[in-house]
Design a protein around this ligand. Structure first.
Ligand SMILES: Nc1ncnc2c1ncn2[C@@H]1O[C@H](COP(=O)(O)OP(=O)(O)OP(=O)(O)O)[C@@H](O)[C@H]1O
Length: 607
């Protein structure tokens, strides 16, 4: 099983020289010797805490230095200073090992009563006596399924009575495992040993051996808790000290989220209002040789996606709509836009001929307000046009109302109706520009290829991209300012993680003696960082959402009911931000993780 072959260990001087020793599978091996002879040094090497030696230590025929996770699989430790986690309760200290090693769960109750720990479960660990603490350490050493338990002066900090108790228990438990005990107490060593050894003159000598009965122990079921559960427990231990860092990071993240969301929302709202005035599916059309367009030109342009065509003569100004036949500025509702087909539900009927029109709900209400009439449905009203200072009216009938609130007054005509009026009123048959309303703006590409003599352009493209560009510039300036806070927060996060590692060196060392691998210990440090930034991120996200809900309600109530939700949280943007936060956290954790890797277990346990 455990075998030491030609082991030599030296510091400034040689401590052990060419030591050879075989251990049986079970039994209490007590090693004594004068102070400084090398007992702890030997135990540390057997336990895999010190690998700087000559010779080989074998476990089941394999060099222990080549066995991955050797401590987790084979060794448990019981120390003179107990090495319990003082901030944890008795129960938590007892269960700690089960996150890293498989334990005999059926044995739990028996062992707890054997070690008289049952009544101590609710106690705070730091209030226990030395004897009580050592009994918890012994419990930890024997509840796990490692075959070897190494005890470095387990009675060193105890009185005579407690020391005797500990030896009695170890002797009993050594019937099932190999227990190697280092002790100064010669009396207890000679009373309880199965094998008694002494280190002298750099060698280990057998002093006495008791006959031991071979017992066969039945295989017992083992269980293990998940490492993730431990991570949460670990965070619970230190969340109080992380609280301030979380709040600082939260403020930094909130300021960035606010900046991005505000500029993004404002841009989106402006684009949405622009869309209402000039939809992005409106194509502007001109002739490449700058000739005027006629209605025939428009009629010859075919594509299944085109829903509406409109020819505009820039010399004619559309003045608006009024119920009076004679043009009066204060009785005429100014209308700027009539190049779309109604999109929303209509009250009334669809437009049947050139003399019929539909108004947007808000426009209709404006007109009612202007005329003080109760209803204008199916009534005749007048459209006014101005060409070379000659104002003329054209009678039309309101046949429908589109259920829509608009920012600008909106009037809908039948396709080509506008040309019809200009022809009748001013004998004009040509226009400078035409507009095509399409279902999908991708149709423009096909139109360009099919009709090369025309110039096609999205009507709102230049305005929309100018707005976009301006907002990008504003966003970059704001981001520059908010980045300062995020850099400070990251620096703080890295620094706090670094301090945490320094402060918890001993804690990390204890975890490794309980079977935690170096990777797991590094992950504990990383997890602290991840959870700090994760909690800060979600806190900022929730606050941002609530702020926006509040702001949207206020805007709706007091400013305008035209906007659905002015402030919008973009989940896509939040996703990207979350990934960036994770990357920053990883970067901030680099130095603390390096520090964890550098921890010397033996040194850290002394601290
Ligand atoms: N890291 C180290 N660097 C240099 N010398 C060391 C180191 N650790 C231990 N030693 C020396 O090695 C020798 C053996 O130390 P070790 O702790 O193994 O003795 P010990 O037999 O356990 O003594 P004690 O019974 O007093 O605990 C001592 O002289 C000690 O000073």
């Amino acid at each position: 099983m455990l075998e030491i072959k030609h082991l030599t260990k030296a510091y400034e001087r040689v401590i052990l020289k060419d030591v050879c020793l075989s251990f049986k599978e079970k039994g209490l091996y007590v090693i004594t010797g004068q102070s400084g002879c090398g007992k702890s040094t030997l135990l540390n090497m057997i336990g895999g805490l010190d690998s700087n030696y000559q010779g080989i230590i074998e476990m089941d025929g394999r060099d222990i230095q080549t066995i991955p996770r050797y401590i987790q699989k084979y060794v448990g430790f019981i120390f003179q200073q107990f090495h319990l986690i003082e901030e944890m309760s008795v129960k938590e200290n007892e269960t700690l090992i089960s996150y890293f090693k498989r334990i005999f769960s059926a044995k739990k109750e028996i062992l707890l009563s054997q070690l008289k720990l049952k009544n101590l479960q609710s106690y705070k660990t730091k209030l226990l006596s030395g004897g009580q603490k050592q009994r918890i350490a012994i419990y930890r050493g024997f509840i796990a399924n490692h075959p070897v338990v190494l005890c470095d002066e387990p009675t060193g900090a105890l009185d005579v009575k407690n020391s005797e108790e500990v030896f009695k228990t170890l002797k009993e438990l050594a019937k099932e495992k190999l227990v190697i005990v280092i002790s100064h107490d010669e009396k207890l060593a000679s009373k309880y040993h199965d094998y008694l050894y002494e280190i002298k003159n750099q060698q280990i000598h057998l002093v006495h051996q008791n006959k031991i009965k071979e017992t066969i122990t039945a295989k017992e079921k083992t269980t293990k808790k998940s490492f993730f559960q431990f991570l949460l427990k670990d965070f619970k231990l230190c969340w109080k000290s992380h609280f301030i860092v979380i709040q600082v990071l939260f403020i930094a993240l909130l300021s960035i989220m606010l900046t991005l969301s505000l500029t993004n929302s404002t841009n989106k709202q402006i684009q949405a209002q622009l869309e209402k005035i000039i939809p992005s599916t409106t194509i502007m059309l001109k002739k490449k040789n700058n000739e005027m367009l006629t209605q025939k030109d428009l009629q010859n342009i075919h594509h299944k996606e085109i829903t509406y065509r409109f020819l505009q003569n820039d010399d004619v100004e559309f003045l608006g709509i009024s119920p009076l036949k004679k043009y009066q500025t204060n009785k005429t509702l100014y209308i700027s836009d009539y190049i779309q087909k109604p999109k929303y539900k209509i009250q009334g009927k669809e437009i049947g001929n050139d003399q019929e029109i539909i108004l947007a709900r808000s426009t209709y209400e404006q007109l009612i307000y202007l005329t003080k009439q109760k209803s204008l449905m199916n009534q005749e009203v007048y459209l006014f046009f101005d060409y070379q200072n000659e104002v003329k009216s054209y009678p039309v009938k309101i046949v429908g109302i589109e259920e829509k609130e608009t920012v600008m007054e909106t009037l809908y005509l039948k396709e080509f109706a506008f040309n019809h009026y200009l022809q009748e009123l001013y004998q004009l048959e040509q226009g400078h520009t035409a507009f095509l309303q399409v279902k999908n703006k991708k149709a423009m590409k096909i139109l360009k290829e099919k009709y090369p003599i025309y110039q096609f352009k999205l009507a709102n493209s230049s305005l929309s991209s100018t707005i976009d560009k301006k907002f990008k510039q504003i966003e970059i300036i704001f981001l520059g300012f908010s980045s300062l806070s995020i850099i400070t927060a990251c620096f703080l996060l890295g620094f706090v993680l670094y301090l945490m590692v320094i402060k918890r060196k001993k804690y990390f060392a204890i975890l490794q003696t309980l079977g935690a691998s170096l990777k797991q210990v590094c992950f504990i440090a990383l997890f602290q960082g991840l959870i700090i930034s994760g909690v800060a991120f979600f806190e900022a996200f929730l606050v941002l959402n609530q702020l926006f809900v509040l702001a949207n309600t206020l805007i709706k109530e007091s400013i305008s009911n035209l906007m659905d939700n002015f402030f919008i949280v973009s989940y896509e943007m939040m996703g990207v931000m979350f990934i960036v936060v994770l990357i920053f956290t990883l970067l901030c954790s680099m130095v603390p993780i390096k520090k964890v890797k550098e921890i010397e277990i033996i040194e850290a346990l002394k601290g």
